[in-house]
Ligand binder design. Structure first.
Ligand SMILES: Cc1cc2nc3c(=O)[nH]c(=O)nc-3n(C[C@H](O)[C@H](O)[C@H](O)COP(=O)(O)OP(=O)(O)OC[C@H]3O[C@@H](n4cnc5c(N)ncnc54)[C@H](O)[C@@H]3O)c2cc1C
Length: 394
């Protein structure tokens, strides 16, 4: 993979009018793109449909491929100060017996892997926006590719022309729908709850543990001295109301067959504890751009979170896209060049994440036994090599 961001002391089209881009959506992808575009002296407008920057709930793991890029632009110290370093990733069975262990110390010179509360990450990224015109409580009603501009009608009725529009509006992107027509996301066959548990003893505060049961998984991600971010997934159908509105008691009942640290974590939950529930899906889009409109982050390639790559890939997208964009007369070519360079890696990560999820969610006891046996006996080197290819840019 190429190194994406190179600071350009002399920009090729510096004497010309700067590119004016519209970023739709103020998640990690949109804010990163705005932030990097400012540094290229582009004119940026960002619209976000939420009325205010709401606290983003839960935590997120930033893997070292994303962290390396954040380091490159000087943002990492602020993030590091609010985050917890992860040094090991363990896969275990449902009783906590370790099947495989991946140590990250060998990458320390390259970059760290950290876990951070989502609202902390969001606030840090936002605090680095300077010249972007941010419009909250705003979306669009139409987007039309013109000959050499994109005509956008905003929800407040204003019409504006932009050199390029970037849809960073998440896995259910309305930019995608407006430009490519309605296509369904591909449900992975399982859904997941996320929650933060506080006041827990953390004997391994630098270790993520994912426990594989029969048609269920439970993950424990340390966030700070005494709090953990947990995810718990079960095989089910999409939009299963009994799960999206589950009580804490019913949720606990689903995981009584898990041992290790799980009973202690479950015991800390009381009725009313906040659980976030998501159907897990892939966005099966083959092309990210049409004319002067392009998609980025989850809008382009939303995927199952089994490799915790969503944020890092959104950051990689932003670096590459900003590096590819040159001049208003070349936008379409630049977007095509972005897609060409980007899609191979992203499709591969999406497929790998989906496969890992299917393995982790196996349900038949005999198959689960075989899976655990094989996973325990896979040479560590294989897993190390695979993850190295995923995480370390060349
Ligand atoms: C259960 C789960 C766990 C995960 N864990 C991790 C993890 O540990 N590590 C990791 O890297 N990734 C993880 N991910 C994935 C990660 O959350 C996403 O990949 C990442 O947040 C994508 O960022 P984004 O900016 O593309 O989209 P989003 O974060 O969805 O942001 C989209 C933004 O666009 C706004 N918007 C939407 N529609 C419009 C519109 N029409 N007009 C204007 N604004 C609009 C939304 O309000 C939102 O602010 C996980 C995902 C799930 C479901």
């Amino acid at each position: 993979m190429a190194v994406y961001y190179k600071s350009r002391r002399v920009m090729p089209f510096m004497n010309l009018k700067p590119l004016h881009i519209l970023v739709v959506g103020g998640g990690i992808a949109g804010i990163m793109l705005a932030l990097l575009s400012e540094r290229r002296a582009f004119k940026v407008t960002l619209i976000e449909k939420s009325k205010e920057w709401r606290p983003v709930v839960g935590a997120i793991t930033l893997t070292l491929n994303g962290v390396r890029l954040l380091k490159e632009i000087g943002l990492f110290p602020a993030i590091e100060a609010r985050s917890n370093e992860i040094r090991n990733i363990n896969i275990a069975d449902e009783q906590g017996e370790i099947l495989s262990s991946f140590n990250l110390d060998g990458y320390a010179d390259y970059a760290k892997t950290v876990t951070i509360l989502r609202h902390d990450l969001h606030n840090i990224l936002l605090s680095h926006l300077h010249t972007t015109a941010v419009h909250l409580d705003t979306t669009f009603s139409s987007i039309e590719n013109d000959d050499n501009k994109v005509k956008v009608t905003l929800s407040n009725g204003h019409q504006q022309y932009y050199d390029a529009v970037v849809g960073c509006d998440g896995i259910n992107s309305t930019v995608r729908k407006a430009v490519f027509g309605k296509r369904s996301n591909k449900y992975a066959g399982y859904s997941s709850w996320r929650f933060i548990a506080n006041n827990l003893p953390q004997p391994h505060s630098d270790t993520i543990t994912e426990m594989w049961g029969n048609g269920k998984r439970f993950g424990i991600v340390p966030v700070s001295e005494n709090s953990v971010h947990c995810f718990a997934s079960v095989n089910t159908t999409k939009n299963y109301v009994a799960y999206s509105n589950i009580s804490i008691a019913a949720f606990k009942n689903l995981f009584t067959d898990f041992g290790g640290p799980v009973p202690g974590i479950m015991a800390s939950l009381e009725e009313g504890h906040e659980l976030m529930y998501n159907d897990l899906e892939d966005v099966p889009l083959q092309k990210y751009h049409k004319g002067r409109v392009i998609l980025m982050g989850d809008a382009a390639h939303g995927m199952t979170p089994n490799l915790t790559q969503g944020a890092a890939l959104a950051i990689e997208d932003a670096f590459l896209l900003v590096n590819k964009l040159t001049h208003t007369s070349k936008v379409e070519k630049d977007l095509a060049a972005f897609h060409l360079e980007r899609s191979k890696r992203v499709f591969a990560v999406q497929r790998k994440s989906n496969l890992l999820g299917r393995i982790g969610q196996l349900k038949t006891p005999a198959l689960c036994g075989l899976r655990n046996f094989c996973w325990k006996n896979i040479p560590d080197k294989w897993i190390q090599n695979d993850l190295k290819n995923l995480l370390v840019s060349r």
